[in-house]
Design a protein around this ligand. Structure first.
Ligand SMILES: Cc1c2[nH]c(c1CCC(=O)O)Cc1[nH]c(c(CCC(=O)O)c1C)Cc1[nH]c(c(CCC(=O)O)c1C)Cc1[nH]c(c(C)c1CCC(=O)O)C2
Length: 356
């Protein structure tokens, strides 16, 4: 029975990314890129134009599944991340949301007891049905091609999602939401609890639909001092992980507390995540000694090095590979890919990482 073709009923060989998430030092490391489906790809821009606006794309299962798979087709990435957005949770909770061209997301802010109290977490999963359908379609497409690619579901962490919900848009310093968290922690805690419930439900929906790993994006975790970080980042993230664990004991969860600095160690210890996303500013060798040896690290190439390409890209990528060899690791960027990235720079990076 010397054959590479899997026999019916034979166990599928474990996918490289799932092996790394289970604590194995897979080499060359599995790889994917944050925002790998996006405007730097001509085939994405084509589907995006067809869909009309960004929310229409996120809620059209066939189109969203197609753009999820585009970077797999082009580059053979080890991870396919569901094409959606962290702000689809507030959208599914009924908060008016739009993505203004060149301006980023705009939401009708929720800041007072009436607005926060009116949010009902139990409607999130049902309203997110089109997104869960995307997960089903992507998983079926990957399975049909006996893909080694792992399907990653995701959500924003309660703190980062609350940042946008309270401010109503992106912010340099998040002064309004940080102010509210100090001035009225009981009210802000209600919003965070609503998000813990809604996010748990939504992620469990993604698991049922076929997601094989989950990632929690906490882009603005680094805007908080330690006391607030413990309360609004570590606590709610840990609750979501524990809630998921009650239902599913095996799915790997990747936490990405961006710009957490030294607090990464405490986050890694106390939230229960299997793996840690590492942002661009962090020394990977430091991160490796700050987390348990069984916890996989994921990151942290500077997206600007990928825009630049050439020797700069090669030097940075090789330095990361050198630091991570011998431990569980998933190659990625330290933040989302830039829309001006030449697609051939991504091909060059894939070749380099695949060569180990
Ligand atoms: C903060 C945040 C958001 N969204 C996300 C985060 C966390 C990570 C981070 O810090 O970047 C996460 C996200 N957003 C998107 C994904 C899809 C999957 C992937 O990584 O490929 C994921 C995982 C698609 C997207 N989300 C968005 C786009 C661009 C939309 C377009 O095509 O016009 C994409 C592909 C829009 C978005 N969505 C958000 C902003 C601030 C913006 C506007 C900025 C921009 O225009 O690039 C909120």
């Amino acid at each position: 029975m010397e054959s590479d073709i899997p026999m019916p009923g034979a166990a599928t060989p474990p996918k490289p990314m799932l092996r790394a998430l289970a604590g194995e030092a897979v080499w060359p490391p599995p790889m994917w890129l944050m925002r790998q489906a996006g405007r730097y790809l001509p085939e994405y821009r084509e589907v995006r134009a067809q869909a009309g606006d960004f929310i229409a794309l996120c809620t059209s299962p066939e189109l969203a599944a197609e753009v999820t798979i585009q970077p797999i087709r082009r580059y053979g990435m080890d991870g396919a991340i569901l094409f959606s957005d962290i702000l689809m949770v507030p959208w599914a909770l009924g908060q008016p949301l739009r993505f203004a061209e060149g301006e980023g997301p705009v939401l009708q802010p929720v800041r007072d007891a009436a607005a926060i109290g009116a949010l009902d977490p139990s409607v999130c999963r049902a309203n997110a049905a089109p997104i869960l359908e995307t997960v089903r379609l992507v998983r079926a497409a990957l399975d049909a091609h006996a893909q080694k690619t792992t399907l990653i579901g995701f959500a924003g962490s309660p703190w980062t999602v609350a940042c946008y919900m309270v401010e109503g848009h992106g912010s340099r310093d998040w002064a309004t939401v940080r102010g509210l968290a100090y001035a009225d922690p009981a009210l802000f805690g209600t919003l965070i609890r609503t998000l813990v419930t809604a996010t748990t439900d939504y992620l469990l929906g993604q698991l049922e639909a076929g997601a094989e790993a989950l990632m929690l994006f906490d882009s603005w975790a680094g805007s908080l001092p330690p006391s607030q970080f413990r309360r609004w980042v570590i606590e709610p993230t840990g609750q979501i992980v524990r809630n998921i664990r009650k239902v599913n004991t095996t799915v790997p969860i990747i936490g990405f507390p961006r710009l957490a600095g030294p607090l990464l160690a405490e986050y890694a210890q106390r939230t229960g995540v299997q793996a840690l996303g590492v942002d661009t500013t962090m020394d990977l060798r430091w991160a490796a000694q700050a987390v348990a040896p069984s916890q996989a690290l994921q990151g942290n190439l500077d997206p600007q090095a990928l825009v630049a390409g050439g020797m700069a890209l090669e030097t940075e990528a090789r330095s990361i590979l050198g630091a991570m060899r011998g431990r569980p690791y998933i190659f990625n960027l330290g933040h989302g890919i830039e829309k001006v990235t030449p697609p051939e720079h991504v091909s060059a990076l894939v070749r380099l990482v695949r060569a180990g």
